[in-house]
Design a protein around this ligand. Structure first.
Ligand code: VGL
Ligand code: ZN
Length: 253
């Protein structure tokens, strides 16, 4: 740390304000952390760990899987090519109990693609997929998984879905991913995986909101595309939120 200054100010409400490193006023490094109820002002220039975050590269999202994403298998070689270039590789897994409320099978009379109210939130109904411990929930056998340092599970609560790797869809419960990435000193965060229009999109939006410098590796993503153009609209939403869109061939190394 250069010119490091660390001060902790706390009061009876246990709210702490701390400055980490040089106080350059980097607004993108200013984040509100719900879990710790603290306001942190960090200089992301001090955080240098180049990190690749792989979203849901699981069998059920690949051709032949329960919720197959068209061309989903084409993301695996991109992940394998990129992983050795990064200091840290982290992955998410969609990890549902067998009775998950996002499954059409749990709602008699409803069909895949219907939209229902689930615990007060709009929920698209999906085929049963990524059930904890099943082959469908496992990473693709072609993925070089030994390069993955940490795996975060989402969608484990039967009453609520979780498209983002950071929070459930109502932003009530954190998966611990943001806290982990901060502890690791993550600088640039590159995100890719499945599916562009659901889990990649919501993970990227939360990552930007958490103050990370985010790039989306577009050729490492594939979309469900229930409506034509959902993929392009998703990329545009990520870009508008502050993420860079990059392709793997333009990345260094
Ligand atoms: C996903 C739908 C349902 C995803 C997960 O990984 O994008 N999509 N569950
Ligand atoms: Zn799911």
């Amino acid at each position: 740390m250069t010119g490091g200054q660390l001060s902790v100010v706390s009061c009876q409400w246990a709210v702490a304000t701390w400055y980490h490193g040089r106080a350059t006023g980097n607004e993108r490094g200013r984040v509100w952390d719900d879990r710790e109820s603290s306001f942190k002002k960090r200089d992301l220039g001090e955080a240098t760990v180049e990190t690749l975050l792989l979203i849901d590269l699981q069998n059920d999202f690949l051709p032949g899987g329960a919720l197959a994403v068209p061309g989903g298998d084409q993301t695996i070689p991109v992940a394998n090519r990129l992983m050795p270039r990064f200091d840290l590789v982290v992955a998410t897994q969609d990890w549902h109990p067998a009775n998950h409320g996002s499954f059409a099978s749990q709602h008699p009379g409803r069909r895949v693609g219907d939209i229902i109210q689930l615990d007060g939130l709009e929920q698209m109904l999906w085929p049963d997929h990524c059930v904890q411990g099943t082959a469908g929930a496992d990473f693709s056998p072609d993925l070089q998984r030994d390069r993955i340092r940490a795996v975060f599970h989402k969608g484990t609560d039967p009453r609520i879905d979780s498209y983002s790797g950071f929070y459930d869809n109502s932003h009530r419960r954190s998966t611990g991913l943001a806290e982990y990435l901060r502890e690791q000193g993550v600088g640039n965060l590159y995100i890719m995986g499945l599916a562009t229009d659901y889990c990649v999109k919501f993970t990227v939006l939360d990552a930007v909101a958490a103050g990370f410098r985010v790039s989306v590796v577009t050729d490492g993503c594939r979309a469900v595309n229930l409506k034509e153009g959902d993929d392009q609209r998703a990329f545009e939403a990520m870009r508008a939120a502050g993420a860079d869109l990059v392709t793997s061939d333009k990345m260094r190394g």
